[in-house]
Design a protein around this ligand. Structure first.
Ligand code: BG6
Length: 516
């Protein structure tokens, strides 16, 4: 089967003002192609793009990595993984086509012969598949290779754009390990390549429901007037995972939940929830507003870290019905590790819209269930009108934006229980994506890869956004690094995290929304 040409724009299909132009021809070059990311996410995303007609005919993939596989073995392995990830409905013609158009450079990133081979492959692709000298590089490598590979690409003139060609690089996380290293990496990259060619990826921005937050906020007249400190009591953002660290113990033990999840994914959710309306949906306008709101988050005072930042580590337990080992027993994890697998933070946004509204973030591995949601909790009514009737204090209204695995928006409000007594109960008004739209299987990378191919940077991060994310957590990193913060609490796998995280929010007479 041939990969279909991308469909023409249709009004109203996408969140950005103008529908993108067709993705056009290119070679997708994956550095570190033999790793997990390619097999689990990038190839499935390419498959889904092809399946939905978003990949052009003039498209091919080149891989560069040190490994013990040759080209045929890599093709077989990626095809097998792809069939497994896509499942029973897998269209083998698409799989065959993707792997047939794959060439592999099995080399380390220093080797002159490896780069020579890459040049040859790119030239061949341009001739055979008319890929036009347009190259999209993807750094799916360990972070220490980000700058060396970008520098080498520049030295090899593989960033030179002439005669309408484009050359772009997508950079994965972790982008630095703290504010200083992120800043240094940004400066280094900019010595080799222009900012407009850099696409810093955060796959949370590829999630439909995350993109929908902006549409929900800025396309609906009824919510924006109440989206502020006068009506909102607080905001909770939860990213709970039921999985443990799996095969990533080596990376995770050096990283921890705070670095792994907060400055990127949770801070990004905070940005789309709290930003001001942009003047347009252009990349610059959206990114300007996101940076502005992140820069309004005051760094946690080091003295307050003890109670404003809670860390935990899972011990053995049961997730669902499955008994699981504790973090310190996981492969490649130090048996005495003090790395946190859970973190909860209380933040604020010091601007006119949000002053005085606490923002609570929490994320953890091996939690009771997997769910990501944003809860906007509104203030209580000014008085309890029904108190003399014996009715209890009403619960506050909540708007719950469920991001995964359910994709839903629901409004919780009070309703009278039918009968002679005045009694109220919380009920839900629900919008579920699946009731209205056909939800295609996706990894979250499809939109991002497609956008990088068409040169739309609005869902990617600018250097200042990355640094703003790190600035928010830097005092906590410092405190924990010096062992000044609160203790590392244990929580059993399969629970809702350490009790200290409940105290963090109870302290202010609030509670985490219990997920059913
Ligand atoms: C990654 C983290 O960035 O995001 C992982 O490194 C985490 O540790 C993952 O599991 C969560 O992504 P998602 O899309 O499953 O919520």
């Amino acid at each position: 089967m041939t990969l279909a040409a991308p469909p023409q724009p249709q009004a109203g299909q996408r969140i950005r003002g103008s529908r993108p132009k067709p993705s056009g021809s290119c070679v997708f070059v994956i550095f570190g192609i033999t790793g997990d990311l390619s097999a689990r996410l990038l190839f499935p995303a390419l498959y889904n793009l092809a399946h939905n007609g978003f990949l052009p005919e003039e498209f091919a993939v080149a891989g560069f990595a040190l490994g013990d596989m040759n080209e045929d073995q890599l093709r077989d392995s990626l095809a097998k993984d792809l069939r497994e990830v896509i499942g029973a409905d897998c269209d083998t013609a698409i799989v065959d086509r993707l792997v047939k158009r794959l060439r592999f450079v099995p080399s380390d990133f220093d080797s002159p012969s490896g780069w020579q081979q890459l040049h040859q492959i790119l030239e061949e692709f341009d001739k055979t598949y008319h890929t036009g000298g347009n190259y999209l590089y993807y750094l799916a490598t360990a972070p220490q290779f980000f700058y060396p590979v970008v520098k080498r690409l520049a030295e090899e003139h593989l960033f030179d754009e002439a005669n309408g060609q484009w050359r772009r690089v997508i950079i994965e996380k972790p982008f630095g390990t703290d504010l200083q290293t992120a800043h240094d990496l940004n400066s280094q990259l900019l010595t080799a390549v222009r900012e407009s060619q850099i696409y810093r990826i955060d796959h949370y921005l590829g999630k439909e429901t995350v993109q929908n937050i902006m549409v929900f906020r800025f396309s609906n007249g009824i919510f924006e007037p109440i989206w502020n400190r006068r009506y909102i009591d607080h905001v909770q953002i939860t990213v709970a995972e039921s999985l443990g660290v799996e095969r990533r113990g080596r990376y995770y033990d050096k990283t921890g939940a705070l670095r792994d999840m907060i400055p990127n994914h949770l801070v990004q959710l905070l940005a789309v929830t709290a930003m001001e309306p942009p003047s347009s949906f252009s990349a610059t306008a959206v990114q300007n507003e996101q940076v502005k709101v992140l820069e309004s988050v005051p760094p946690i005072d080091p003295e307050d870290c003890v109670w404003c930042a809670v860390r935990g580590q899972y011990t053995s337990g049961t997730v669902g019905t499955e008994p699981v080992i504790g973090y310190r027993e996981e492969p490649f994890v130090d048996p005495h590790s003090k790395t946190e697998t859970y973190v909860a933070l209380k933040l604020a946004v010091d601007n006119w819209r949000w002053a005085g509204v606490p923002i609570y973030l929490r994320t953890g591995k091996r939690m009771r269930k997997r769910y990501t949601e944003i809860v906007i909790q509104f203030r209580n009514p000014p008085l309890t009108l029904f108190r003399r009737s014996g009715a209890s204090m009403p619960s506050a209204n909540r708007l719950v934006i469920a991001i995964q695995p359910q994709e839903r928006i629901s409004l919780e409000f009070e309703s009278k229980i039918p009968g002679p007594i005045v009694e109220a109960e919380t009920v839900n008004m629900n919008f579920d994506y699946r009731d209205y739209f056909e939800v295609e299987p996706r990894t979250g990378y499809e939109t991002l890869l497609y956008d990088a191919m068409i040169g739309d940077r609005s869902l990617f991060k600018r250097a200042d956004m990355i640094e703003a994310g790190w600035s928010i957590i830097q005092p906590v990193l410092d405190a924990w690094g010096e062992d000044h913060g609160g203790p590392l609490y244990e929580y059993p796998a399969g629970s809702d995290g350490p009790e200290a995280a409940d105290q963090l929010i109870h302290h202010q007479h609030r509670a985490w929304r219990a997920s059913s």
